[in-house]
Design a protein. Structure first.
Length: 336
């Protein structure tokens, strides 16, 4: 088979680095990356070309690239987006819009549907704390009323993806409709990598707690002890992205899918940290704004659509996540 050209935006982030490494292991593709930062040394040799700069202003140069698949990971995340809302909208929405227009153009002109993989988020949901506690596992079409700029951006971009892949210009009503791009989105829970440091995300209190415990540093968790959301090991996130990429388009009945692995409270994270590193100093000092964001996300999500339609199942449940994935690497990092 001919080598595919894969564009990965936001390649320097936690998901981006892990995805580039897995794509390289798979082979059969030429990896082009884009990020505002230079590539880390760990992935530099795996990439055919890196475009450094603001993705919003760099998209035009990719019109001349024969791109088969786009993984659009570049984003301004939830806590930062609340402080700089206009900038977050520019990055999260305008950047996505520009890439969707590129994929739509190339799909129609060259009669080859560009696959567009979009990591969405549980931030696309919005709930009161009472609703959160009563709802349990939430389906894709429930509680789509986000409380954050990041969540609004993600939900809107999901809708943009649906539009460009099905209804662009109302051309689907033509006697001979053009070939449209192939948009697919995953709503990820809090993602945790054993190999990169947490970057201050709103769901990073779990890994931050464990990194601090392993180093013997005190940690004040910014959410309440009873705060619960769903989490996933980074290898499962990458595997789910690539699984969804590989599914033939005609087998998918939706464009947005939940994926889940395990759900934990902040208190349960603390118990795991204390069991692994006895004497760890972990307290709870809830930050009202960050707490409010996490309280608006569901305790868990229903991923039955992904399980039924394309066979999704995580490799790392809660015990395997700690015992086989996260703790061995963190012990190695800090020689504990």
């Amino acid at each position: 088979m001919a080598e595919k050209t894969v564009l990965v935006t936001g390649a320097c982030g936690e998901i981006g680095q892990a995805l580039v490494q897995e794509l390289s292991k798979r082979g059969g593709c030429r990896i082009v990356t884009a990020d505002i930062a230079p590539l880390p040394d760990d992935i530099k040799d795996l990439v055919a070309e890196h475009v450094q700069g603001d993705v919003v202003y760099k998209v035009k140069m990719f019109y001349d690239y024969d791109i088969d698949i786009i993984f659009h990971l570049a984003a301004s995340l939830s806590s930062k987006a609340e402080v700089a809302t206009e900038e977050a909208h520019r990055i999260n929405v305008e950047g996505t819009m520009q890439l969707l227009m590129l994929a739509a153009y190339r799909s129609e002109k060259y009669k080859k549907a560009v696959k567009f993989l979009f990591p969405s988020s549980i931030a696309a949901y919005g709930m009161t704390l009472a609703e959160k506690r009563a709802a349990g596992c939430v389906k894709e079409d429930e509680y789509n009323a986000p409380h954050t700029m990041y969540g609004c951006n993600k939900l809107y971009c999901e809708k943009l993806g649906m539009y460009y892949s099905h209804y662009h210009g109302q051309r689907h009503l033509d006697a001979a409709p053009p070939l449209m791009l192939d948009f697919r989105a995953l709503r990820f829970p809090g993602l945790i990598s054993a190999y990169t440091l947490p970057s201050g995300g709103t769901s990073d209190y779990g890994p931050e707690m464990l990194h601090a415990a392993a180093q013997g540093n005190p940690y004040a968790c910014f959410v309440r002890e009873d705060t619960r959301i769903s989490f996933m090991a980074m290898p499962d996130a990458i595997r789910s992205l690539l699984m969804l990429t590989d599914v033939p388009r005609e087998k998918l009945s939706h464009v947005v899918y939940n994926v889940a692995a395990f759900s934990l409270t902040a208190g349960e994270f603390r118990e795991r940290a204390l069991h692994a590193f006895p004497g760890a100093q972990i307290t709870f000092q809830s930050n009202p704004r960050r707490q409010g964001i996490v309280d608006s996300w569901p305790e868990d999500v229903d991923d039955s659509l992904a399980r039924v339609e394309w066979g999704w199942k995580p490799d790392y449940g809660v015990d395997a996540f700690f015992d086989d994935y996260f703790l061995p690497q963190i012990r190695t990092r800090y020689q504990r």
